[in-house]
Write a protein of this length. Structure first.
Length: 247
């Protein structure tokens, strides 16, 4: 035996035993427990990668045949236009419908974080934020939050939102994240000539574990991931609030 598993990886506990980190005044009990936790963190990392591999290996999704229409800051745009010059499009459904006085604080927190990464994300894929509020109101809120890099679009007839579970039965909003692909033009490539749905988050209330909000794994929101690193963890009833930023 060379110390590797059937998948060619060194067992997580063996890797954790190589850990050389020691902090001032660590007790033996702490270091032992921390190395056990490190082994679990390695296993979690590997499981996340296995899930990502399964996601990448999904068979072709449904063809997008609807001619969805939006309005952005530059004016009207169709679904193909959201791709820009990229082959992959990521769309976030923002809970800011026409009947909402203010948008969802949770969505806003995620978009605060995505704004900081949007320029880098845009180097590889197209990222668009779609909501049902008028574009003028979306732009006003975008300026309020100093979202310099996010591209916001109004779903002018609700067709995209309705088809992609962003409208609740009572007409209110649901959040969502969706990925689409289009042909890359490469001879012999795996993509056909159709724009297709690739993946959407499907972790809804019916899939939630007891005492937890529904969420995907890994969680998209950096805020919750930071809280997971702390002794307080995620508070079961705390949610961020919208606060006007001081100029």
């Amino acid at each position: 035996m060379d110390g590797t598993s059937r998948d060619g990886l060194v067992p997580a506990k063996a890797l954790a035993s190589r850990n050389e980190y020691h902090y001032p005044n660590d007790s033996a009990a702490y270091r032992r427990a921390r190395n056990e936790l490190l082994a679990e963190e390695i296993e979690l990392r590997r499981h996340i990668e296995r899930v990502a591999e399964m996601r990448r290996a999904l068979p072709p999704g449904g063809e997008v045949t609807e001619e969805y229409q939006f309005i952005g800051e530059e004016g009207p745009i169709d679904f193909v236009g959201l791709f820009g010059d990229k082959q992959t499009l990521v769309v976030y459904s923002f809970m800011y419908g026409r009947d909402r006085e203010r948008p969802c604080p949770m969505c806003t927190g995620l978009l605060d974080a995505l704004n900081g990464e949007a320029s880098s994300i845009g180097q590889r894929v197209s990222l668009a934020v779609v909501a049902r509020s008028p574009i003028e109101r979306l732009v006003t809120f975008k300026r309020e939050r100093s979202w310099d890099w996010l591209r916001l679009y109004e779903d002018i007839d609700d067709r995209f939102s309705r088809d992609h579970y962003a409208i609740a039965p009572d007409g209110s909003d649901y959040a969502g994240i969706h990925v689409f692909t289009r042909p890359d033009g490469k001879v012999g490539g795996t993509r056909d000539g159709a724009i297709r749905h690739f993946w959407s988050g499907e972790a809804g209330f019916g899939t939630a574990d007891p005492g937890q909000d529904p969420r995907m794994a890994p969680d998209l929101m950096p805020m919750w991931n930071i809280f997971d690193l702390t002794p307080e963890g995620r508070h079961p009833t705390w949610y961020p609030k919208l606060e006007d930023r001081e100029s």
